[in-house]
Write a protein that binds this ligand. Structure first.
Ligand SMILES: Cc1cc2nc3c(=O)[nH]c(=O)nc-3n(C[C@H](O)[C@H](O)[C@H](O)COP(=O)(O)OP(=O)(O)OC[C@H]3O[C@@H](n4cnc5c(N)ncnc54)[C@H](O)[C@@H]3O)c2cc1C
Length: 458
């Protein structure tokens, strides 16, 4: 990345104006600053601003406006892949350092600063009987996750997190902080809830919490040689499962890392995960067909709902990986058999995870008063990820992902899911034409200079 002398002088002036940090390719901490969650993503913007406050964000946006640069908001970098091809004249504004969580148990509203990650919310909810609609990783950012969907362990009962947002505060293209809600800037509020980082840099967000007095959750684990039986039994169970029960089934090749408990380390497994928002007896009845397959490990127990953010055991530290996903209509037993044959025992698959999540339920419904993204097509979410190891070319992971994609493609639902898409794409892959044209109209009104660059561009 080349910055002219004049631009470097300008950047020095921005440094003087903010409490946070401005980092350029000439600084010794550049590589650290531009690193994101997927270590194979080579993010090369013109400069990065680590904002400490809404005022810092405003100064950064005014700077970009003056120098005709684009602005890409970012928090944790869990979905930086789609941004990378097009960052030459872009200032990344990182809200990572803007921390703060306020929980009001009476109004059941949470207010977070834009740098908050989910683990910082769930740790505050323990024992309150309230839950947030977070996903499977405690280190994912609340704002990025919420703006474009948010599918977690309560999704079949309560839908996506995006529908719980009540207030969004953001810095607009003029460097002004504005508030969007159902009553103020309702069009912008609609567009942000789906259109994500294309309209400004969010500095704070408020959202509803859902009453969740109890949860019974855990894993059932078998050697992956049992995968066909486990997957087909799970598939037969799905039509009977109430919306209170959200479940997933996955093939997992555990890495040989020290931090993984010895009984799982380096093993090839089939893992069923589930969270039931009800009591133990009801869950036991629902789990009976899978328990009849004699799992080697059964961790189901009553848990405080705040513990659900650790249930999936997602990696919390950055790693290099390749991934793929699809939203699917319900697959049939033959497809599941083919999936297991292509990615399970004896397949030589290099993928660490091949997973089907059961969606549907409240995820399929449109909430009144919702935004541009309110529901999720299909009844399953397929996801696969493989770590890039020395000696394993990315092409090997892509080829394997392509093999599985070909098996599942006939069941593909009509759209993709933004949060799980790791490559550059257009919002047209995620929205119907009517929604897309309304998004474009609101973008033209609220971001006339096309300053803001979401990870998926309008
Ligand atoms: C390990 C892992 C587990 C995951 N689990 C789930 C899951 O269970 N369910 C699910 O639905 N998703 C899940 N995701 C996907 C996740 O929701 C998306 O990657 C999401 O975009 C991450 O948001 P972020 O802010 O952490 O990432 P970032 O890469 O920082 O942000 C992604 C995009 O969000 C927008 N954005 C972020 N911060 C701001 C801001 N302050 N102002 C305006 N726009 C902003 C920008 O457009 C940005 O490009 C997971 C991802 C990973 C890597």
């Amino acid at each position: 990345m080349f910055l002219s002398e004049a631009r470097i002088t300008d950047i020095a002036q921005l440094r003087d104006r903010i409490w946070g940090e401005v980092i350029t390719p000439y600084d010794s901490n550049w590589d650290e600053a531009r690193q994101v969650f997927n270590l194979s993503t080579d993010q090369q913007p013109a400069a990065i601003v680590y904002a400490e406050s809404a005022e810092d964000v405003a100064a950064a946006v005014r700077f970009a406006r003056k120098h005709d640069m684009r602005v890409a908001p970012q928090t944790t970098g869990h979905n930086a892949g789609p941004l990378t091809p097009n960052l030459e004249n872009t200032l990344i504004v990182k809200t990572t350092r803007m921390k703060g969580v306020e929980i009001n148990t009476e109004t059941r509203i949470a207010r977070v600063q834009a740098g908050t990650v989910w683990g910082e919310v769930t740790s505050r909810l323990e024992g309150t009987g309230l839950a947030a609609l977070h996903g499977s990783s405690p280190t994912v950012g609340v704002v990025g996750y919420s703006l474009t969907g948010g599918v977690g362990w309560q999704a079949r009962k309560h839908g996506m997190q995006v529908n719980q947002i009540t207030v969004i505060e953001l810095v607009n293209e003029f460097g002004e902080t504005i508030r969007a809600s159902e009553d103020v800037h309702p069009d912008l509020f609609w567009a942000l809830r789906g259109g994500g980082g294309n309209f400004g840099v969010v500095t704070a967000m408020e959202f509803r919490l859902v009453p969740t007095p109890q949860a019974h959750a855990g894993m059932l684990i078998w050697p992956w040689e049992e995968a066909e039986d486990v997957f087909t039994t799970w598939l037969e169970m799905l039509p009977q499962l109430p919306e209170e029960f959200t479940t997933t089934c996955r093939l997992v090749q555990m890495p040989p890392f020290e931090e993984i408990p010895a009984f799982l380390r380096g093993r090839q497994l089939v893992i069923f995960n589930g969270a039931h928002l009800g009591d133990r007896e009801e869950a036991a009845k629902l789990l009976a067909p899978l328990r009849a397959l004699n799992p080697e490990i059964d961790t189901f127990e009553d848990v405080d709902p705040s513990a659900l953010s650790l249930l999936h055991m997602d990696p919390e530290d950055p790693i290099p990986y390749a991934a793929d996903h699809m939203l699917l209509d319900m697959v049939d037993a033959q497809t599941v058999k083919e999936l297991v044959a292509a990615a399970g025992a004896g397949s030589d698959s290099p993928m660490g995870v091949v997973e089907l999540r059961h969606t549907g339920g409240a995820l399929s419904r449109c909430e009144p008063g919702s935004g541009a993204r309110t529901n999720l097509p299909g009844e399953m979410l397929y996801f696969t990820v493989g770590a890039l190891m020395p000696g394993l070319p990315p092409e090997a992971l892509d080829a394997q992902a392509g093999k599985v994609r070909a098996i599942l493609e006939p069941h593909k639902a009509e759209q993709d899911y933004l949060n799980f898409s790791e490559e550059a794409g257009k919002l047209g892959d995620f929205f119907d034409p009517h929604t897309l044209s309304r998004l474009a109209k609101i973008k033209a009104e609220y971001d006339q200079s096309n300053r803001f660059q979401g990870n998926f561009e309008l």
